[in-house]
Design a protein around this ligand. Sequence first.
Ligand code: PGA
Length: 250
Amino acid sequence: MRIEIVADEKALALRAADILCEAIRRNPHAVIGLPTGDTPKAAYAEFTRLVNNGAIGVGAVRAFAVDEFLGAGSGVSGTNAAFFAAHLDVGFGALRIPDSAADAADSHVARFSEETRAAGSFDLCVLGIGANGHIAFNEPGSARDSRTRVVELTDASRRAHATAFGSLAAVPARGVTLGVGDILKSRAILVMAQGAPKAAIVARAIEGAASPDVPASWLQTHANVTWLLDEAAASQLSIEARRAQPPPAV
Ligand code: PGA
């Protein structure tokens, strides 16, 4: 596990965009998993700038949203499809997002699962971490070998999206997510966290026991994970964990 601690949101965005570009330079046909949320917004803005000025080409990249709400209707604000349209409209070769209009019983969910499987191991899976330790929509209780599936969202996760949907009542109760097991098949994983409200869960995920109580703690069992944190999100890590940082890039 690598832990990279940067000063602030701006530095985090630059470094995350850099890691995305590195993965695509290494393999222009890369398969990449991408999260939504407040955390990646600045990174996606920087990445969009780099694509638009020709610094990186993404025409052969196949991207997958790591999760989506179900039963939301299409064209609804707050869905992950709406997020990607607003924050990461860069012309990927493909951007697969489950259909938020589908309901849990729809065969669409199985299709998304088949597509991710057919794409093989992701070259890079980018993640945020929820305040309850979720990764994608793998809420507490998610097993290490969980697969792409329909999940019930916790109240905490639904509340976090109430503003984007216009009200708590409008936030769907269910979503579809890549499983922890699917995420762990990725060749490399990048987890981003920023701000003091994430400090306690980041410390538990990195230094606590690996368990379904904190799904992000399963990342301890993967050989190539980078935690990219700002100082505030890293503030509850032990001195030993902070020492595990790689030397700054030159
Ligand atoms: P956030 O969400 O970036 O909006 O904090 C992270 C997550 O829930 O995965």
